[in-house]
Design a protein around this ligand. Structure first.
Ligand code: ZN
Length: 526
C-alpha cells in the first residue's frame, strides 16, 4: 500500500506530458484495427503548437504611443483572422474546405475595405481603394471539395474501417476528370533516382516524405523534382507527407503530377506506420486509397488595393506595404504585418508625428492569386507616388512566436512542438545594401528587442517581388516560420509584445529615414 501511494505521488509530481519521450512510435498492438497502429487525431483535435501559460518576453510600456500597445494591435490581427473565418463559415470556396482571405473573392475585398477604413479613422484624409483585374493570361486553381479515404480491410486486423485523412489537401493544379480514383499506395520516402529504380510505382499512389528544414518554400525544388520523376515512372498520383508540427492542411508545392496531395504530420506518421506493418505482413499491395476531388479554375477575378497617403511638406514618398491576402487564418501571413501597418498609419497620422516626406500606406491585394499583384497594380495606378518614391518597406510575417520541438510526444508518438518566450527570427533585407539603412536595422535588437537574424542581407521575397521595378531601396521585414500557408498559423501563435516591438522599431526606422538625405537612403552606385 505504501509503495502504491508513493508511486501515485510520484506520478502526480511528474505529469506524463512533462517527461522526456524518446523519439519512437508506440509499439503496435498485435491485434486491433490497422495493424494495431494508433489512429491519427481528428482534424482540429490538437493544436500544431502548444502555447503554454508562460507569457512571451514583455516590452516596457510606452505611454506616449498607445497605438503600439501589443494587445491592441493583436485585437486587429483577430479582426483580420475573423474575415477568413467568416468566409469559411459562408463556404466562399466550394464546400468550405478551402478558405482564407483570397484575392479575387469577397474575403480579401472586405479586409482591404476594413483596412482603408482604419486609415480614415486614424485621421488620414487621402484614402482610396483602387480596383485590380486579374491578368488575362492567368488563372487561379482552387479545390472545391475533396476526400482522401484509406480503405479498410479485415486483413489489417478486425475493425479496420475506412479512415479519412482529414489533413489531406490537393496541390495545384491537381485534377480528376472522373472525380474519383482508387489505387494502391507505395512508399518511396525520400528516395533518390538511384533508389527509385528499384521501386515499382506504376499505377500506384507514390508516398514521399518531406521533412522541412525551415518552411515549405525551401523544399519546393526537391519535392517537385521527385514528384515529376515518380509520375514519369508511371505513378497514378503522389502524396507528400509533410512532417510539420501537428496535423495541418498545407497550401504549398505545385505541379507534382495528377493528382497530388499534401498530408499533415500526424496523418502521415500514421500512414507510414501502416505501410511498414503491411510490408512486414506481406500485404504491401493491399493498402489502397480512394481519392474524391472536385476543382475549379477561375479567370477574370477582381480585387482592390487600399491606399492611404499622409502628405508631407516634401513630395518624396516613403511607401509602407503589407499584403492582406492569406491562406486559412493567416494570422502570421500576413495578419500580423497588416495590423502593424495600420498601427503605423495611426501613429504618423497624429499631428505630433507628422512626417516631412509623404508616406503612402498600402494594404495590398497581395500575391497569392496568379495574375493579381497588389504592388504592380499600385505602381501602375499611382505613377506620381511611384516616381517620387525613395524607399519601400514591405511588412510581412513579423510577430509569430518562436517554437521548437518539445520534449514530449502525442499519444501516437509524434513529437509535439511548443512556443517559447520570444519571436521567430526576422530576416531584414535591404536591396541596395545602403550602409545607412543597414546601420539603423543593426540597432533594432538592442533598442527594441526585435529578433533580427545576425546577418545583413539584400534579399527580397514574397510581396517585395511585385515592387521589383521600383528603382529605390526596398526593405523586407520577414519571418520564415514553418507553419506559413498551413492551418496551424493561428492567432494563438502571434506574440502581442512582438507586434509592439516590430511596430516601434519600424516607426523609429521610418522617422530616421524621413529626416535623412536621399543620398544616404539611395547612395549612388560606385
Ligand atoms: Zn506573405
Amino acid at each position: 500500500m505504501k509503495t502504491l501511494v508513493a508511486i501515485m505521488l510520484l506520478s502526480l509530481a511528474i505529469p506524463a506530458s512533462a517527461q522526456d519521450e524518446p523519439a519512437r512510435r508506440p509499439a503496435a498492438r498485435k491485434d486491433g484495427p490497422w495493424f494495431g497502429v494508433t489512429l491519427p487525431p481528428r482534424a482540429g483535435a490538437d493544436v500544431a503548437v502548444k502555447v503554454g501559460s508562460r507569457p512571451p518576453r514583455p516590452i516596457a510600456a510606452d505611454a506616449a504611443s498607445p497605438e503600439f500597445n501589443g494587445a491592441a494591435i493583436k485585437s486587429d490581427v483577430e479582426t483580420i483572422v475573423g474575415f477568413a473565418k467568416s468566409a469559411r463559415a459562408a463556404k466562399e470556396i466550394g464546400n468550405g474546405q478551402m478558405w482564407g482571405r483570397i484575392s479575387g473573392f469577397p474575403s480579401s475585398q472586405k479586409v482591404i475595405e476594413w483596412a482603408a477604413d482604419q486609415f480614415r479613422k486614424a485621421g488620414i484624409t487621402d484614402v482610396k481603394t483602387q480596383p485590380i483585374t486579374q491578368d488575362e493570361k492567368s488563372s487561379l486553381w482552387l479545390p472545391m471539395s475533396w476526400k482522401v479515404t484509406l480503405l479498410g480491410d479485415a486483413a489489417f486486423g478486425a475493425g479496420s474501417n475506412d479512415i479519412v485523412l482529414e489533413s489531406a489537401l490537393p496541390v495545384s493544379p491537381s485534377n480528376l476528370p472522373s472525380g474519383s480514383l482508387t489505387a494502391p499506395l507505395v512508399y518511396v520516402g525520400t528516395a533518390s533516382p538511384a533508389v527509385l529504380q528499384h521501386i515499382d510505382v506504376k499505377g500506384k499512389i507514390a508516398v514521399q516524405l518531406i521533412v522541412p528544414q525551415g518552411h515549405m518554400l525551401f523544399e519546393r525544388g526537391a519535392v517537385d523534382a521527385r514528384a515529376e520523376e515518380l509520375v514519369k515512372r508511371g505513378a497514378a498520383g503522389v502524396f507528400n507527407l509533410v512532417r510539420l508540427p501537428g496535423n495541418e492542411l498545407s497550401r504549398d508545392f505545385s505541379d507534382c503530377g495528377n493528382p497530388c496531395f499534401n498530408i499533415g504530420g500526424r496523418d502521415g506518421w500514421f500512414l507510414e506506420s501502416v505501410l511498414d506493418r503491411a510490408a512486414q505482413s506481406g500485404m504491401q499491395d493491399k493498402v489502397r486509397v480512394r481519392i474524391d476531388l472536385q476543382t475549379q479554375t477561375y479567370r477574370g477575378l477582381k480585387a482592390i488595393n487600399g491606399v492611404g497617403v499622409i502628405h508631407g511638406s516634401s513630395n518624396e514618398v516613403i511607401v509602407l506595404n503589407a499584403h492582406a491576402d492569406g491562406w486559412f487564418e493567416g494570422a502570421g501571413d500576413n495578419g500580423d504585418g497588416l495590423s502593424v501597418l495600420i498601427a503605423l498609419a495611426r501613429h504618423f497620422a497624429k499631428p505630433a508625428n507628422k512626417p516631412q516626406r509623404t508616406i503612402a500606406f498600402v494594404a495590398s491585394a497581395g500575391h497569392h492569386t496568379p495574375g493579381i499583384n497588389g504592388p504592380r497594380s499600385f505602381l501602375a495606378a499611382n505613377p506620381d507616388l511611384a516616381k517620387n518614391a525613395i524607399m519601400l518597406v514591405n511588412i510581412e510575417h513579423v510577430a509569430q512566436r518562436n517554437f521548437s520541438l518539445a520534449r514530449t510526444t502525442a499519444s501516437d508518438g509524434y513529437r509535439e512542438s511548443v512556443a517559447d518566450s520570444g519571436e521567430a527570427p526576422i530576416a531584414v533585407g535591404v536591396t541596395n545594401n545602403s550602409p545607412f539603412l543597414q546601420e539603423l536595422i543593426d540597432g533594432g535588437p538592442a533598442r527594441f528587442g526585435v529578433n533580427f537574424i545576425s546577418e545583413r542581407s539584400t534579399f527580397q521575397s514574397g510581396e517585395t517581388g511585385g515592387w521589383a521595378t521600383l528603382p529605390v531601396a526596398k526593405v523586407s521585414v520577414m519571418q520564415a516560420p514553418p507553419l506559413y500557408h498551413t492551418t496551424g498559423e493561428v492567432l494563438d501563435v502571434i506574440s502581442a509584445p512582438g507586434l509592439e516591438r516590430i511596430a516601434r522599431f519600424l516607426a523609429d526606422f521610418v522617422k530616421s529615414v524621413d529626416r535623412a538625405p536621399t543620398a544616404r537612403i539611395n547612395p549612388a552606385k560606385p
